[in-house]
Design a binder for this molecule. Structure first.
Ligand SMILES: Nc1ncnc2c1ncn2[C@@H]1O[C@H](COP(=O)(O)OP(=O)(O)OP(=O)(O)O)[C@@H](O)[C@H]1O
Length: 257
């Protein structure tokens, strides 16, 4: 396996409060890692670490063997549960903006040939996420599922190597979620992505992931609940990237919250 991301003895602390402790992990290129755990276990903090929004208080994070840049680079894209698209821009403009910010960080605007190329690429990405007929709609004219498709297009148009998903389908109806699962699996394959997805839905974690990581505290001190942080209490490899269909691993035995 080719290791894309390595976390070595990583800690996140806020003053006396330890949120993540002693996290040692390798994430393989091309894997789809589902991250589960109780509320407050530090799942979003874990994503923020990989995104570069937050630095570990101790330990190191390596991307391709090189310490992670402290700011969020175009190699990492993110989609949150709540729609992160701009309401005053059409789907096409929202998607082009993702590229403008990556390619022209100061002006956030492209001109001439670069702009036409960006428009074509954004349109192709919108078609890839199923919004080919909705490019000129504004977010308020779109359903929740369509807005999440747009958020995915906005993240992917920058061609990230790692896509971070923070409960991306949590606010969607079950039928729409199933469509989004199919979409994300096909994008994962087509764009050779490495995905790290936080979810509260155990079934979703097992359906989509090639690996399921459970973050939780190993130790509790009832008199000082902040004394111990969460770490990887379970790390389950499920299937190889090449295996096309999810295995029927005993999701029912584990339960579905
Ligand atoms: N800036 C901060 N200062 C102090 N504590 C913080 C800060 N950010 C997060 N925390 C604490 O870190 C812990 C982990 O938060 P985080 O949001 O990562 O958990 P989570 O597992 O994603 O939770 P949820 O499933 O409810 O979204 C929480 O107890 C939270 O209060």
């Amino acid at each position: 396996m080719t290791v894309l991301l390595s976390l070595r003895d990583v800690w996140v602390e806020y003053g006396e409060r330890i949120v993540i402790e002693k996290l040692d992990l390798d994430i393989a290129a091309g894997s789809f890692v589902s991250v589960v755990g109780p509320s407050g276990a530090g799942k979003s903090s874990f994503l923020r670490l990989i995104l570069g929004q937050e630095a570990p208080t101790r330990g190191t994070i390596l991307l391709d063997g090189v310490p992670l840049a402290p700011e969020c680079g175009p190699d990492r894209g993110v989609v949150f549960q709540r729609y992160s698209v701009f309401p005053h821009l059409s789907a096409l403009r929202n998607t082009i903006l993702g590229m403008e910010c990556a390619q022209a960080p100061f002006a956030a605007r492209l001109f001439g040939r670069a702009r036409r190329a960006a428009e074509e690429e954004a349109a192709a990405m919108l078609r890839a996420v199923g919004l080919g007929d909705s490019m000129h709609l504004y977010p308020a004219q779109m359903s929740g599922g369509m807005q999440q498709r747009l958020a995915i297009a906005q993240a992917l148009v920058k061609r990230p190597r790692i896509l971070l998903l923070d409960e991306p389908f949590g606010a969607l109806d079950p039928g729409i979620r199933a469509d989004m699962h199919a979409l994300i699996r096909s994008l994962w394959r087509e764009y050779a992505l490495t995905i790290v997805m936080v979810t509260h839905d155990i079934r979703e974690a097992f359906t989509l992931g090639t690996r399921v990581l459970a973050l939780d505290k190993r130790r509790h001190d009832p008199h000082a609940p902040h004394r111990f942080g969460a770490t990887a209490v379970y790390d389950l490899p499920l299937r190889d990237r090449s295996e096309s269909e999810p295995s029927s691993i005993t999701v029912d035995a584990i339960g579905n919250n």
